[in-house]
Design a protein around this ligand. Sequence first.
Ligand code: TIU
Length: 286
Amino acid sequence: MAEIRARIIQARNRGAAVLLIGEDLDEVMDLSDRILVMSEGRITHETGRHGRHRHHRPSHGGARMITVPGALPFPFAFDPAATALIVIDMQRDFIEPGGFGASLGNDVTRLQAIVPTVARLIAGARAAGLPVIHTRECHRPDLSDCPPAKRLRGAPSLRIGDAGPMGRVLIAGEPGAAILPDLAPAPGELVLDKPGKGAFYATPLGDHLAARGIRSLILAGVTTEVCVQTTMREANDRGFDCLLVEDATDSYFPEFKAATLAMIRAQGAIVGWTATTDQLLGALDF
Ligand code: TIU
């Protein structure tokens, strides 16, 4: 028994979900730190980490819980009425040549591959009635919200606020700060300008989500290990269940993206879950 437990913990710490099947219910329950009862692809019953039984439906006031069975490290359950999609920084400055991402020496063109997938994810979220929130990393024209430490670091070809081919780099209202036309926010969708990497720092995002009773967040955008991961880690600390959509996020460094996905879902979803766009939209029936 001890060896089985050790192997399970090892697998879980690598980010894997472990499915236990056994005749002896007591034994299975003893080995499990969390039990999900699934019916027709939805979680109907769930124990907490300490074996306290929790029924989703009553505790969420009759909410319709949706489950993404293929999410890692184990199925992701969320109430669509309390879930928002946050699309991080899909701006020309990060994805087109001549902007901020390129000024740092990155090959920005590799990020373009996710644009159709992000568009499909946004369309699916809208069709399912999930609020879609867009963020833009940018600063005021007078740079009063740009710490000198951010502007002066390193030796970029253009610094924040300098004039480039898409206007002043990373400045609100300039062409480079705009969201790609293919991913344009729809009327009524929240668009947040943020001076930091995380979407909560110096923005009204926390209050906005609290006012709407949002408890789960679906995340997409660029770059995986910088603005997306910073936002997801803070959201996790703030008590949100977070799912990062694997093929709707990317990094200038493929190895950083892979490491980010792995570290998010390791240790039993220490930061949150990951799933593909198809897995998420399949669960939403779109
Ligand atoms: N440099 C880099 O990878 N990212 C950023 O500076 N901002 C975002 O991730 N949006």
